[in-house]
Design a protein around this ligand. Structure first.
Ligand code: SPV
Ligand code: MG
Length: 294
């Protein structure tokens, strides 16, 4: 049998450890497979990266149905727990709880929701970055916790208070309200060049829930610092899509300018590597078992 492991329970265990866990972004099933094979603890289904892979902007241009299609495909090719970037929940409490019901039966481990208004805009873009009323956000968390269809599904509450410049006090106060509303973990986001802000937050937070950091702008920080400050999970939020843009652009530009594929074999994988990645040998063996003329 191929019983599906409880991704929510696995995610909760990872978050609760003293040791830091690592998530890598994936934006489609291929990336999810590679992330899982590389041994990451968690697949981060990044809103930015999934939007980019679909040729859309990280401003809720991708619908929740499109997101679910991508997640379904990821779910089928990896058992690594998936944490979904649910942006601002695709609407109000009702839209978010309907999404959480669907995600929790799909075997996704958890959903992260951030406290900005719909449509959200990527945190690193200068533009309309508006915090939602904290009480309304707490209602979204409570609605999600009341609606999840698997016990251990994780709701991660992400505060953007530091990103919009509302200050440390506001960030801590919001996080505490989100904890009381039922959030299983807090994601503290920052766009500073150093980790000082999030490390200070962690010091004040003092382990009230598991904490998650996204070191995109402060990527040089040694991860031991996050671990020592009580973070449970670090998310590399966009590195797979950025790697693929770099690799595809390089190969594409070279082939275009030299009008030939000569000299690119060291920049691309052999077909056999793709066959192995998706276990073509398995279907050949299955033909012998299930197919009359196999
Ligand atoms: C994402 O990966 O979509 C995130 C993280 O939300 S960030 O883009 O760093 O805000
Ligand atoms: Mg996002």
């Amino acid at each position: 049998g191929n019983a599906v492991p409880d991704a929510g329970a696995a995610l909760k265990r990872l978050l609760a450890r003293d040791r830091l866990a690592f998530a890598m972004e994936a934006h489609n099933p291929l990336a999810a497979r590679i992330v899982g094979n590389a041994g990451f603890d968690v697949v981060w289904a990044s809103g930015f990266s999934i939007s980019t892979a679909l040729g859309k902007r990280d401003r809720n241009e991708v619908s929740s149905t499109q997101l679910i299609d991508v997640l379904q495909g990821m779910r089928e090719v990896t058992d690594t727990p998936i944490l979904v970037d649910a942006d601002t929940g695709f609407g109000d409490f009702n839209n978010f709880r309907l999404l959480v019901r669907r995600l929790s039966v799909m075997g996704v481990g958890g959903a992260c929701i951030e406290d900005k208004t719909f449509p959200k805009l990527n945190s690193f873009v200068n533009g309309r970055q508006v915090l939602i009323d904290a009480e309304e956000f707490c209602g979204k968390i409570r609605a999600a916790k009341d609606s999840q269809l698997s016990n251990d599904f994780c709701i991660v509450a992400r505060t953007e208070a530091l990103v919009v410049g509302a200050g440390m006090h506001e960030a801590l106060e919001r996080a505490e309200r989100y904890r009381l509303a039922g959030a299983d973990a807090i994601l503290i986001h920052s766009k500073e060049k150093t980790a000082d802000q999030v490390l200070e937050f962690a010091l004040h937070w003092a382990g009230r829930t598991p904490l998650i950091a996204v070191p995109t702008t402060y990527s040089e920080t040694p991860c031991e610092l996050f671990e020592a400050s009580g973070f449970g999970l670090v998310i590399w939020a966009n590195h797979m899509i950025r790697a693929s843009v770099a690799a595809m652009s390089e190969v594409c530009n070279q082939v275009s300018s030299q009008r030939s594929v000569q000299g690119i074999s060291n920049k691309i994988v052999a077909m056999e590597e793709v066959f192995d990645l998706f276990d073509y040998a398995e279907v050949t063996a299955a033909e012998r078992r299930y197919c009359p003329n196999g």
